[in-house]
Design a protein around this ligand. Structure first.
Ligand SMILES: [Zn+2]
Ligand SMILES: [Zn+2]
Length: 575
């Protein structure tokens, strides 16, 4: 079964190709929206596609539904094939260079016969690109920088994409009667934001049968290597997948071993040695005599080494051993079940796709106690930012919807941080809100000094604010803004504020490495959904939790793990 992500990717490819071909932008957007709606459908996609009922979903019309159904059946659809045939090879790759876009890619092809990123890099380096109409020297420089980002991430896959590939591979493996158990390991299991390959571990007493079955995976473009205990395949869009097969009784230690990280395991092996033990993927044995110690689950490995259980998200040798030595048992790391409120929700008032009522009902269905309604502020006009009038209308609607739902709806805004670091509504308005998220949406490319000043100014404002998707990165697309992050965190710690861990799988911002720095300053966190649809709520939450756990964030540091009244008091914007 081709999953929803593959179908969405095909629709996105069509959208990009059509844009490149100069097709009507509304049609292009419709395919992009359709792709997103399909991704967010979750497991319902399969069933709806099978029953031809995709048109019941908002954002999916007849034309898109038909293409998705064709894709599920055949792996492609006529419009995609036609569009692919109409363009030179490399056009799509070019259009994916961050900041380039299909229109300019087309111009480059028409005027300079540029068909690949490499050709573009050469032309830009030779100063040919600046001469094109609408380009100029500054654009040429920023294109060169963008190509650098593109090249650096060429062989990486985002966590969300890797998870969906991984889930499909597990389904396939578990379909073989020879497989006793199978799990994903590696950096994916440790919730790293991007992965360079996928590690899969299977337990079986018939490894050859498992290897043969794995090599028949329908989306495998190539079998790179096939051995007795390890087989490597490459998927059609480049991701490498390594499968290791061990006897069922060694599954747990193998899964632990291949989850890594290398640095964490080096520490574990050292500790094992001191205790007269040897640890490897084949098990935990006594160094003298080689007697195997029975291991039922990963916690027993740690217990045998005199350590508390360390969850995969912490296995980086970034302080977990030192913390354990001081008595940390890691049992209070924040969990999905700890969250009581949804923070950072958009509605149709700005650029969300669902109404307030629909978002609130979804929050109710998840058993959430409160939800912050934080649409965009006026300056974000491209995202339908709310004028003061519209904001007041929304307050009325909040009152009306509140009568029909259990979840407490809180008035809020996602205010732009303007170029000078000020917020987008006057203080008198902000004070009437329950919660203010402050985010950067424009002018990401300011230099480090300017950006630091802009952010520090915003963070020092006396209003309580949550620093939204802090560094503005888009995974594999846009690097974080340049700023002196620790100084900005200092400013926020001295003022009144908290840091968001944004669960949109394209953002995952603030990154765990910086969130650790925020922790050392005593800052609190909110684990946000940044949801623009009802489906995104449930889809985004686990990502926010995963990133927070990697940063070692505890339940007591998370504001939206608090009960309603305590949360309200903690985030109240009044100066
Ligand atoms: Zn935002
Ligand atoms: Zn947002």
């Amino acid at each position: 079964m081709r999953d929803r992500f593959a179908a969405a990717a095909a629709l996105r490819e069509l959208a990009s190709l059509l844009e490149l071909l100069g097709e009507n932008p509304f049609k292009v957007r419709a395919y992009e929206r359709g792709a997103r709606a399909i991704e967010e459908l979750g497991d319902r996609f399969e069933e709806l596609a099978k029953d031809n009922r995709l048109t019941e979903v908002e954002g999916i019309g007849e034309a898109i539904a038909q293409k998705a159904v064709d894709f599920v059946r055949t792996g492609t659809f006529p419009a995609l094939e036609k569009a692919r045939a109409a363009l030179p090879p490399g056009a799509l790759e070019l259009s994916r260079v961050p900041g380039l876009g299909p229109k300019r890619a087309r111009q480059l092809y028409d005027e300079l016969d540029i068909k690949s990123v490499e050709e573009l890099r050469r032309a830009a380096a030779e100063g040919k690109v600046r001469k094109l109409k609408g380009f100029g020297e500054k654009m040429e420089q920023s294109l060169l920088a963008s190509i650098g980002v593109f090249e650096a991430h060429r062989h990486e896959t985002s966590l969300a994409d890797a998870q969906s590939e991984g889930a499909a591979i597990l389904d396939h493996l578990r379909g073989s009667p020879a497989v006793a158990r199978a799990e994903l390991a590696g950096s994916l299991r440790r919730w790293k934001e991007v992965v360079s390959d996928l590690d899969v571990v299977a337990g079986s007493s018939d490894p050859e049968a498992v290897m043969a079955h794995f090599a028949r995976y329908p989306l495998a473009a190539k079998v790179e290597a096939q051995g007795k205990t390890k087989t490597t395949i490459r998927l059609s869009h480049g991701l490498q997948v390594d499968l290791r097969v061990l006897p069922p009784e060694d599954f747990t230690t193998a899964l632990h071993h291949f989850t890594g990280s290398k640095a964490h395991h080096a520490r574990l092996r050292g500790i094992a040695k001191e205790r007269g033990l040897t640890l490897s993927e084949w098990g935990l044995t006594r160094s003298e005599g080689g007697e195997k110690i029975p291991i039922a689950d990963e916690a027993e490995i740690y217990a045998a080494l005199g350590l508390p259980y360390m969850p995969p998200e912490l296995r980086e040798d970034q302080g977990e051993f030192e913390a354990a030595a001081k008595g940390d048992k890691f049992t209070d790391l924040v969990k999905l079940e700890d969250l009581r409120g949804l923070v950072h929700c958009h509605t149709v008032y700005s650029d969300g796709r669902a109404t307030l009522q629909e978002m609130a009902e979804t929050a109710d269905a998840l058993g959430m106690k409160y939800m912050t309604v934080t649409d965009h502020s006026p300056t974000a006009s491209y995202a339908g930012g709310l004028t003061l009038d519209r904001l007041h209308q929304q307050w009325d609607e909040i009152d009306r919807v509140q009568e029909r739902v259990k979840v407490k709806l809180l008035r809020g805004t996602e205010s732009d941080i303007l170029a000078d670091g000020s917020l987008d509504y006057p203080d008198a308005v902000l004070e009437k809100l329950d919660v203010v998220i402050a985010s950067i949406h424009t002018r990401h490319s300011m230099d480090e000094a300017q950006m630091t000043e802009r952010l520090e100014h915003a963070m020092r404002l006396p209003m309580f604010k949550i620093w939204g998707h802090a560094l503005g990165r888009l995974l594999l697309e846009r690097e974080p803004v340049a700023c002196r992050v620790e100084e900005v965190l200092d400013a926020l710690a001295e003022s009144r504020g908290a840091v968001e861990i944004n669960g949109d799988p394209r953002r995952l911002d603030l990154a765990p490495h910086w969130a650790r720095k925020a922790r050392t300053r005593g800052l609190s966190f909110v684990l946000s959904v940044d949801a623009h649809s009802t489906q995104a709520i449930g889809y985004h939450l686990p990502f926010a939790v995963g990133m927070a756990r990697r940063a070692g964030i505890r339940k007591k540091e998370v504001l939206n793990a608090l009960p309603l009244e305590k949360f309200r008091a903690a985030v109240r914007p009044g100066a």
